[in-house]
Write a protein that binds this ligand. Sequence first.
Ligand SMILES: [Zn+2]
Length: 124
Amino acid sequence: MNNDHDLVKIAAFFQPMDAYLLKTRLEAAGITCFVFDDLTVSANNYLSNAVGGVKVYVSEKDAAEALEIINVEPEEESVCLNCGSKNLRFRRTPIWVHLGSLIVFRLPFLLKGTWECEDCGDSW
Ligand SMILES: [Zn+2]
């Protein structure tokens, strides 16, 4: 027997932080939601799979709107802070930097890379 106050699971995550991020997005849209098993998984991460992950529930009447919010990716468009150009290129840090830092410092520098503006040459 279903009514508007029944809760339905709309998402499950391995880490509580991901569930809280979704909760924040849903609550910003005015949807009340509940996170379950976050404390269990926080106490012992290895239990996440055993309990089915950290689950996010909403009321059945809000489920369709919540699923729409989940499926909308936040728009992320990078622009050059110097000239405002969208003509950007990402240069990965070469593997020898990681290996060199591992050999010299016994710690790998986990640098992903730098963005370069094709128009003005600025990098960050
Ligand atoms: Zn630029």
